[in-house]
Design a protein around this ligand. Structure first.
Ligand code: ATP
Length: 322
């Protein structure tokens, strides 16, 4: 599966042959990908796949062993600090001061981020709205639920209004309601920002991200929108039909003429119903052409469906231990 064709001016982050070696162990193994402006990209992979290591290199916290990262056209290595300023980072377990009230904590973050005194309160008010923490601003962080703590962490990461947000497992340890809430906030933020998040939860990636990179043992094994990944990982898709009142030879020759159909497999059952499988190549949806072809016959179409692989099946197939 190839890298998305993104025009150069639309690329926010360009990663080329990125590698990170810890001693003799290669945690990230020469990965390349681009992230478009305004895209929500999910790094999906099992534990130990190299997601956190990749995110830490993207944020500049970890120096790559080799490879390059460019942010808005600037090489990370030359413009470390300037590039870091464009990013907000929410680490997996964001450190928060539990004794402080949420408002005081965010005011402190605003101060150390160098926001001018007059602008701090307005920025905090805006972040409270975006991250939906208005009702806990005067509570100590220590008493907040994990979901609210995560929202405060998000507000922290967004304090300097960064163009890029890097979120490491933003929903880890949250209950299903909190997951939905954080997901909605991230999607909202993603309307204006470039967001890169990591997760090992499939429905999470599917529901939140515009595009997914599946990472396994430090390498990218799939890259694309979820639909695209499903279609290409399936190695072509299949359409199933049950047809009565038809000659198998006629079915095979007629359906084989449809553009995109690679093979027609027929199996007759005892009751005279023909089970037909169309093996299709390419990514085009052939249900329309198949239906139109059948409509011109006197066959009785009893069943008609397209086989779809779930992202979960694909993920398991791609990330099984060798
Ligand atoms: P998880 O979901 O468990 O956080 P991950 O995909 O984020 O997994 P990483 O944390 O990037 O994975 O780790 C990738 C591999 O690199 C793991 O095998 C991990 O043990 C190893 N690793 C990470 N950091 C270091 C380090 N500082 N020194 C040595 N090995 C490390």
């Amino acid at each position: 599966m190839g890298i998305q064709p993104v025009s150069r001016e639309n690329e926010m982050i360009q990663v080329e042959s990125l590698t990170k070696q810890f001693g003799t162990f290669r945690a990230v193994n020469g990965i390349s990908f681009n992230i478009a402006r305004g895209e929500i990209l999910g790094l999906l992979g099992p534990n130990g796949a190299g997601k956190t290591t990749t995110l830490r290199m993207l944020t500049g916290f970890l120096k790559p062993t080799s490879g390059t990262i460019r942010v808005a056209g600037q090489p990370m290595s030359d413009q470390g600090l300037a590039v870091k300023r464009m990013m907000g980072y929410l680490p997996e377990s964001a450190p928060l001061y539990h004794d402080l009230l949420v408002f005081d904590y965010l005011r402190y973050v605003a101060e150390i981020r160098g926001l001018k005194a007059g602008a701090r309160t307005e920025r905090i008010r805006r972040l409270a709205e975006i991250c939906q923490i208005n009702d806990v601003m005067h509570k100590p962080i220590g008493v907040l639920s994990k979901g609210y703590k995560q929202r405060v962490g998000l507000a922290h990461a967004m304090m300097s209004d960064p163009q890029i947000l890097i979120l490491d497992e933003p929903t880890s340890g949250l209950d299903p309601n909190q997951i939905v809430e954080i997901r909605e906030i991230i999607r909202q933020i993603g309307r204006e920002k470039t967001v890169v998040l990591s997760t090992h939860i499939l429905p999470e990636a599917e529901a939140t991200c515009d595009r997914i990179l599946i990472i396994h043992q430090g390498a990218i094994v799939a890259d694309g929108a979820t639909d695209q990944i499903k279609r290409s990982a399936a190695g072509g898709h299949r359409i199933h039909l049950s047809i009565a009142n038809a000659d198998p030879g006629a079915v095979r020759s007629r359906l084989a003429t449809i553009d995109g159909v690679a093979e027609v497999i027929t199996e007759a059952s005892v009751n005279g119903v023909l089970a037909v499988v169309l093996v299709c190549h390419g990514e085009a949806d052939l249900r329309g052409p198949v239906y139109r072809e059948v409509r011109h016959t006197d066959w009785d179409l009893l069943e008609f469906y397209q086989e779809t692989q779930t992202l979960e099946t694909i993920f398991r197939k791609l990330t099984r231990e060798d």
